[in-house]
Design a binder for this molecule. Structure first.
Ligand code: GTP
Ligand code: MG
Length: 444
């Protein structure tokens, strides 16, 4: 009996600790997503998940295309048809205190499960991209054949690049309104040039020409349904699946430091990504105090674990370190996987007063606090070189702006790391790092 019980305990511990990871988590994530939408029973297959969305200029057909995609895939049993009105009646989302109007739909192709985001307006796209309210691993840029590329086509492309979208597909929409094929060729060429300008692969990016409205209305199959199907296939083959958090290098942001007599120093915090086990060598970066050490124990809820992985809140026992050597806000990382940085360029969205932000504009040399990981650091803001009359330039609430951020002390981060900006206890902005300017070299 005792033996049986201990075997059961061991088996269940094993399934929690080591068998639980990757596949089972993805499966859980997929099923929860699906069952929320109420058609879980139909789909039991596990497919890799990817977040995408429609971006592009106002009125070019993003919402119509989103509805058309769900319609075409619904016919194949891979989606629940979500009509235009349902998508545009976007539910309100709360993301770090900022209200973002966006609508999520989901669908499955033969090989993938997609989460798809469509926002009702330009300002919401901008906020969404900067805050990462719905992270996009890839995107569909919609451009109307009647207008060609427009200011927001360019702005969304630039932002997609800044926030780390590496590949996208293009849908040239409203071709039902164009009779001159040369006109379409021109839009195609211009889009390829524009993609190249923003460091996307302009030459090889798939460009599909069609009519989202025809597909939605079920007419003109050649420019309607067929083209939407082609677009979905282009997403499946061209857009790369994101690297899952578990596969990325280990990173834990230090929250608290404890001294446990007889055992040593424990740093607690959340594992943002990756996996570490007992014996894993790690680097500690930030606060001008880089160090190398080894994990000698992992604990969660007073129980010992044999591995730490993305999503866990736990404590790491660290070899040979004293409590005073560590501080909140440092990162414990896989050696060499990130640098500590004192100065960077960021794309920042400044909240309006209705979003709880400032009432008044600010100018260069403004000094709010930056919250990144578990760090809270004073920052001096300035404009990037090349800005016209930087001493007179003002940043208004509601602006989307590129800023140079000089931190009072260095912190571990990289291009793509997100942060919030606070002043007097309220959030006034949210940003994403786009370029590192001053990296602190390790002493060790
Ligand atoms: N003729 C034609 N009209 C289209 C097509 N696709 C969309 N439209 C129309 O273009 C208008 C704008 O379409 P939406 O899908 O709302 O555009 P959007 O990009 O979502 O617009 P915002 O969310 O406001 O930025 C609507 O009146 C659509 O019916 C198409 O293929 N052909
Ligand atoms: Mg829309």
């Amino acid at each position: 009996m005792a033996l049986q019980a201990s075997c059961r305990a061991a088996a269940s511990a094993l399934s929690r600790a080591s068998l639980f990871p990757a596949c089972r988590r993805t499966w859980l994530a997929n099923t929860t997503l699906i069952s929320r939408r109420g058609y879980a029973e139909m789909y039991s297959r596990v497919k890799p998940h990817m977040n995408i969305g429609t971006i592009g200029h106002v009125d070019h057909g993003k919402t119509t295309l989103t509805a058309a995609i769900t319609k075409i895939l619904a016919e194949k049993g891979g989606a629940k048809f979500t009509d235009y009105a349902q998508i545009d009646k976007a539910p309100e989302e709360r993301a770090r205190g900022i209200t973002i109007n966006s609508s999520h739909v989901e669908y499955e192709t033969d090989t993938r499960h997609y989460g798809h985001i469509d926002c009702p307006g330009h300002a919401d796209y901008i906020k969404n991209m900067i805050t990462g309210a719905a992270q996009m691993d890839g995107a569909i840029i919609v451009v109307s054949a009647t207008d060609g590329q427009m200011p927001q086509t360019r702005e969304h492309l630039l932002l997609a690049r800044q926030v780390g979208v590496k590949k996208l597909v293009v849908f040239i929409n409203k071709v039902d309104q164009i009779s001159d094929p040369e006109m379409l060729e021109l839009v195609d060429m211009e889009m390829r040039d524009l993609l190249t300008t923003y460091n996307f692969d302009g030459e090889n990016t798939p460009i599909v020409m069609g009519s989202a409205l025809a597909a939605l209305d079920g007419r003109n199959e050649d420019i309607g349904a067929k083209k939407v199907t082609e677009l979905i296939e282009a997403c499946d083959t061209w857009l790369d699946l994101p690297v899952r958090d578990l596969e990325r290098p280990f990173c834990l942001a230090v929250e608290e430091i404890l001294s446990i007599s007889g055992r040593g120093t424990v740093a607690t915090g959340r594992v943002h990504r990756g996996i570490a086990t007992k014996g894993t060598e790690v680097e500690i970066i930030g606060h001008n105090n880089p160090m190398k050490t080894t994990i000698t124990g992992i604990e969660m809820f007073h129980k010992e674990l044999d591995r730490a992985e993305a999503g866990d809140n736990l404590g790491l026992l660290l070899r040979g370190l004293k409590r005073e050597q560590l501080s909140r806000g440092q990162l414990i990382i896989a050696p060499g996987s990130m640098k500590s940085v004192k100065k960077f360029v960021a794309q920042v969205y400044i909240l309006t007063k209705d979003e709880g932000g400032r009432y008044t504009p600010f100018m260069s040399n403004f000094m709010p606090q930056i919250f990144m990981w578990t760090s809270n650091i004073t920052v001096t803001l300035s404009f990037p070189p090349g800005t016209e009359s930087p001493d007179e330039k003002m940043v208004m609430p509601g602006d989307n702006v590129e800023l140079v951020c000089t931190l009072q002390k260095d912190v571990g981060c990289e291009v793509g790391t997100r942060f919030t900006m606070r002043e007097g206890g309220k959030t006034i902005g949210t940003g994403i790092i786009t370029k590192l300017l001053e990296v602190v070299e390790g002493k060790s």
